[in-house]
Design a binder for this molecule. Structure first.
Ligand code: HEM
Length: 83
């Protein structure tokens, strides 16, 4: 629930950039993308490009029509905050 969500800084985000422990931020929300990797229609390699960082721009330029909030709701970790 909301009470367990984390405040994630860019440097914390950066520590989660491997296939088995991949976090990414989209529009201020931080998600654990690891469970979704095998299901991404664009492939794991494409999605791994945003591991450990803010993927908002790449996401918007590839498929802004996809409802990420809805799809990854169960993978929400917290919110991106300044250092
Ligand atoms: C395709 C979801 C992140 C690159 C798709 C599709 C979905 C999806 C549902 C199919 C869209 C359609 O057919 O209309 C997601 C989610 C993401 C994410 C939930 C975030 C967690 C990214 C990122 C990139 C990317 C960051 C690029 C670096 C692509 C590409 C396709 C695609 C190239 C097209 C594949 C094809 O049609 O052959 N993604 N995506 N995706 N995605 Fe993503």
């Amino acid at each position: 629930g909301v009470d367990t969500l984390l405040r994630v800084t860019p440097s914390m985000l950066k520590e989660h950039r491997t296939r088995d422990d991949a976090w990414s931020a989209f529009s201020g929300k931080v998600y654990n993308i690891t469970p979704y990797l095998p299901y991404h229609p664009g492939g794991e390699k494409e999605l791994m490009r945003v591991a450990g960082r803010d993927g908002s721009k790449l996401f918007a330029s590839t498929h802004a029509w996809v409802n990420l909030d809805y799809m990854l709701d169960a993978c929400l970790i917290g919110f991106l905050v300044p250092e």
